[in-house]
Write a protein that binds this ligand. Structure first.
Ligand code: UDX
Length: 439
């Protein structure tokens, strides 16, 4: 149920492992694409996987939920993979789609079936859904099996997860039955040598919230250090590398820059705070407000730095933005820091031209006031400042000497600490980055 970044990849991977899979979604365009083995969004490896899985005859897609009905002799596992976006005007997550998906399943469930929640939900949702399911179809069960995949690596993360978590019913017999079914689904090669943790529903739900909160905190921590580095004339990239050598800290997710965006981390930390508040534990998570604030401050700082480089005004200036997606290897522009910065600069009077290898179509639809160009050379023509805001490999590989001949002024701002400052400076550019000394 749900064929977005999570569900489509999960469906294709499960079919590739040998299961018979039906993907259900209410979006007809998405289902039309998937039925033709076309990925409805950019995700490396997914087109090939869809081709293979569809050709095997084990994978099909439909908008008709009654297609999940099956032979009562068999047990079917129904994965719920729909989104839980942030509610308009508040921090809390909107669980309407999860509820709707489970409700749509109910008439087709049979005793012995297992519903498996994968969506990121406020703690307590699984217990509520389990009651709904067992009341409607005695003998049908619910498990919670959080998903930790990253966009851009979704196929590999699904095929080779670093851990599997099962949140199981409290009744020991039900728990054993649910676990046995999940074990069958994830049987070798997925589950081989992968740590498996079993828990109650609430813990499984919280594992996901905690993991995302930790990752967001790690990014905001290094971005806070970046602010101090800037004030002190120090270099956050060296600092990050140095502290990352300590195994207790580790080098990953210490990339200082424009901070986190996307459809998960920002809304998940907010939903976590909102849920903790409902539970009377809001004090425990007030630090996440600071994590969020540090993150949002990076965007304003980027705009300020660009204005500073242009001697205090954007009026009559051309700004080129490299990257629209919230991160490389994705066409997802949900809460994209790059587009947020681009829009702020546009509002302050500059002509802003955005380029991206995958996300332009989505960006155009969501932010029609910005200008877009496919090619970097065209976008950068006559620019007063170049902003690297999403660190696609092709942008990291740009030859600064070549770009120097196209722009009006050689100003480059590295919003992701992804470029080689020396190479750009050698080619005559004024290189500036968040958290690094000016030189
Ligand atoms: C995240 C979690 O990683 C994943 O486990 C969960 O299932 C969903 O949310 P995703 O949103 O796909 O995945 O992207 P991720 O790779 O985590 O990046 C999130 C954001 O953080 C991006 O905007 C990225 O640019 C930013 N980031 C990441 C940094 O700013 N610095 C870093 O060091 C790492």
């Amino acid at each position: 149920m749900g064929c977005g970044y999570l569900g489509a990849v999960h469906a294709a991977c499960m079919a590739d492992f040998g299961h018979e899979v039906v993907g259900v979604d209410v979006d007809e365009r998405k289902i039309a694409d998937l039925t033709q083995a076309k990925a409805p969004f950019f995700e490396p490896g997914l087109p090939e996987l869809l081709q293979r899985a569809t050709q095997s005859g084990r994978l099909s897609f439909t908008t008709d939920v009654s297609q999940v009905a099956h032979d009562p002799q068999e047990s079917t596992v129904h994965f719920v993979c729909v989104g839980t976006p942030q509610r308009a005007g508040e921090f809390a997550a909107d669980t309407t789609y999860v509820d709707a998906a489970v409700r749509a399943l109910l008439p087709h469930l049979q005793p012995g079936d297992l519903v498996v929640g994968k969506s990121t939900v406020p703690v307590g949702t699984a217990a509520r859904l389990a009651a709904m399911i067992s009341q409607a179809v005695p003998g049908a069960l619910l498990a919670w099996n959080p998903e930790f995949l990253r966009e851009g690596h979704a196929v590999n993360d699904t095929q080779h997860p670093d851990r599997i978590v099962y949140g199981l019913p409290s009744d020991p017999d039900d728990a054993a039955r649910a676990k046995a079914l999940l074990d069958e689904v994830y049987a070798s090669p997925i589950a081989e040598n992968i740590p498996l943790l079993t828990s109650d529903y609430a813990t499984a739900e919280l594992v996901k919230a905690a993991a995302n909160a930790f990752l967001a905190t790690k990014i905001s921590f290094i971005n806070a250090m970046s602010e101090v580095c800037e004030a002190a004339g120090a270099d956050v990239s060296v600092l990050a590398a140095a502290i990352g050598h300590d195994e207790r800290i580790g080098p990953k997710f210490l990339g200082a820059g424009l901070g986190f965006g996307g459809g998960c981390l920002p809304k998940d930390i907010r939903a976590f705070m909102a849920r903790a508040g409902e539970l009377g534990a809001d004090q425990a998570l007030t630090f996440l407000r600071e994590v969020d604030a540090i993150n949002m401050r990076r965007r304003t700082r980027m705009v300020d730095l660009a204005r500073e480089v242009l001697q205090g005004s954007f009026l009559g200036r051309k700004v080129v933005v490299l990257g629209a997606a919230f991160k490389p290897e994705s066409d997802d522009i949900r809460d994209s820091p790059a587009l947020n910065v681009a829009a702020q600069i546009r509002l302050q009077g500059a002509e802003v031209v955005v380029t991206d290898p995958a996300a332009l179509e989505n960006a155009r639809r969501a932010w029609p006031d910005l200008h877009y160009e496919d090619k970097v050379e065209v976008a950068a023509d006559g620019a007063d400042v170049v902003l690297l805001l999403t660190e696609w490999d092709q942008y990291k590989a740009i030859d600064p000497a070549q770009l120097a001949g196209i722009v009006r002024q050689r100003n480059v701002l590295d919003g992701r600490n992804a470029l080689d400052p020396q190479a750009w400076r050698d080619a005559g550019w004024a290189y500036r980055a968040l958290g690094r000394p000016r030189v």
